[in-house]
Design a protein. Structure first.
Length: 184
């Protein structure tokens, strides 16, 4: 299995977006997000990836994989093979729709669950960065203060991962990237 096959939208949805394979998605999320100990995802439910329109003229959203863990955190996992100049805006739109669609009328805002977007891209999204994993949250650069971690988005650029020898892989993160990129 090659790079294109595991990060192809359809194959990715079959492998990671079905209830019978939720253990694979759980392992992938724990590795990609570096979750261990008490922070580790134990329970995970695969959700309907379609975010319905509220208004006729509103743009809908169909996510690749949508899930919720036992602590209520929501996840949107996207794979993108082709370079798209508006990809960041699309990823943010999906994250905002997932976050904004949580509350029913009259619900309290403190019920909003942490919402995490993960984009696995097979192109160079940030050519000026060497790191292959970038994480973004609401942050005030003047006061160097994080406003909230309730919204978080990760971009993982597979094109920057070049460890093609399985014996050199050290962390679960590297092992999963190897599987996604090389299919081994």
């Amino acid at each position: 299995m090659g790079t294109r096959s595991l990060i192809n939208d359809i194959v990715f949805k079959i492998v990671f977006g079905t209830a019978q394979n939720r253990h694979l998605l759980r392992a992938l999320l724990n590795a990609l997000l570096g979750l261990g100990g008490d922070r580790r995802i134990v329970d995970l439910e695969i959700l309907n990836p379609i975010i319905d329109k509220e208004y006729l003229k509103e743009k809908g959203a169909i996510l690749d994989v949508k899930a919720q863990d036992g602590q209520g955190r929501l996840y949107n996992i996207e794979v993108q093979v082709c370079d798209d100049p508006a990809y960041i805006q699309r990823a943010l739109y999906y994250l905002a729709r997932l976050f904004g669609g949580q509350l029913e009328t009259g619900a309290e805002y403190e019920l909003l669950a942490k919402t995490i977007g993960i984009s696995l891209v097979d192109f160079n999204l940030f050519p000026d960065l060497e790191d292959l994993h970038s994480t973004y949250r609401f942050y005030d650069p003047v006061h160097r203060r994080e406003l909230s971690d309730v919204l978080e988005i990760h971009f993982i650029e597979l094109v920057k991962f070049n460890q093609d020898k399985p014996q050199t892989l050290r962390s679960p993160f590297e092992k999963w990237l190897h599987i996604l990129k090389f299919g081994e």
